[in-house]
Design a protein around this ligand. Sequence first.
Ligand SMILES: Cc1ncc(COP(=O)(O)O)c(C=O)c1O
Length: 432
Amino acid sequence: MIQQNLNKFSIEKALQSALFQGLIRNEDTAVIFYDLAFLAARISNLAANFPQNTLHGLAIKANPLARIMEFVRTIARNTGVEAASAGEVNMALKAGYRPNQVVFDSPVKTRADLVFALGAGVHLNIDNLSELERVSELTLTGSSTLTGSVGLRINPQIGLGTILESSVAGDYSKFGIPIKYQRKELEHACITYPWLTGVHLHVGSQGCDVSLLTEGIGVLYDFVLEMNEKRKKTGIPLINVFDIGGGLPISYKSETTPPSMEEYVKSILNRAPKLFDPEEFQLITEFGRWSYTNSGWTVSRVEYVKHDPSIKTAMIHVGADLFVRECLNPRDWQHEYTVFDRNGNLKHGVDTLPYNLAGPLCFSGDFVAKGVLLPEIEEGDFIAIHDTGGYTFSMWSRYNSRQTPRVLGYQGDRFQMLKERESLEELQRFWE
Ligand SMILES: Cc1ncc(COP(=O)(O)O)c(C=O)c1O
C-alpha cells in the first residue's frame, strides 16, 4: 500500500527548507512543489501491480512538465506517455520516450497528424469511423507506412460518474465509437482490418468508482474475445493490445480513502481474467490524476486580508489561472489548505470567521475556495493548496497575463528547478 496524500507536516518541512535555501524569492509570489520521492513511489506501485509487458502511458494532459516526464521515465522500465495532441507526442519524443512508448489519443486528428503518427511508430488510438477510413486510405494508398500499432477507441456506454464534465462513457459521448449504437460497424472493422490489433476505452476522470471502470473494461473484453474468435477463423492477427485508459480516482481530502490500485486490479482480474496474461494481451494504462496529483502542492503568499462582517478574504497570487476547474466548478473540485507564517511555521487553531481564498484575476468567480475554516491569516503568510500535481498547472489560463510560477522538485531537502518562473519577456512573447 502507498501513502495517499502528503501531510501538512511534510509540506511544512519542505517549505521551511526551501525558504532557508533562498528558493522562494520576493518575486516568487507563488511556487509549485513536487515531492519526487512520493511521485517515484506512485510510479513504482503502478508498475508492480500490472504484468511487466504493460505500457503505462501516463497522461501528459495531467502533467506536461518536461523535467517531470524525464523523471518518471527513469523510475520504471515500462513507463510511457499518453499524448492528447501532436504537440504532446512531440514533447514526449523530446523528453526521450521511444515512439513505442507513446500512445496518441485525440478525437480530432487531422490527416497530417495521422501521417505523422503512423510514420513515427507510436501507438495510435483511432477515435471514430471516419478516422478509421482515413487511416485505411493512408495505409492502402501507401502514403503512410504503418510502423507502430493501431487501436480503436470504443465507448462501452456503461454510464456516467459523479462529475459530468469528466465522464465520457455515457450513452452519448463525443469520444469513441458507441458499442451499442455501432456494433455492426465495429464488428465489420474488426474482421476487415488485419492491422487493427488494439482496443481502447476511457470511462472518465475522477468521480468514476472501481465498479464502473471495471464494467467498461468488461464490455470491451467480451467484445474482443468474440472478435478474436472470428479473426482466428479468417487467419488474421488477433487483437492483443488492450488500452484500459485512466480514471482511477484519488482523494483530495486526507480523511477519505480512495480505492487502491491493488483493489482496481483485483476487480479487473475478476471480470476479465485473461487480460493479465502476457501471452494473450499487452495492456496499456493511461493514469494521469492517480500518478501525479497527490505528489504536488502549491504555495502562495497572502498579499492582503479583507474583513467583512461574516467572512474574511485572503487575497492570494493564484486563482482561476492555476485553478480553472476549482473556480468554475467549485462543487466538484476542492482541496485541503494549510496556513504557514512567513517563516514557514505551521499555524494552528481556527479563526472566528471563515475565509474565502480569492485569486488575483479580474472576474468575480476567481475564488480557489469559499468559506473554509482556517487559522488566523495575516499578510505575508503562506497558504499551501494540497494535491496540485495533476490537472493544475497543465490547465494554466493566460487570462490577465500573470507570470507562471517557479516549479521546484525535491527529495528530502535537496531541491531542483523543474521550471523557472516565467519572465516578463517570455510572457510578452506569448502575445506577440
Ligand atoms: C483518453 C484519456 N486517457 C487518460 C486520461 C487520464 O485520466 P486520469 O487522469 O483520470 O487517469 C484522460 C483524461 O481525461 C483521457 O481523456
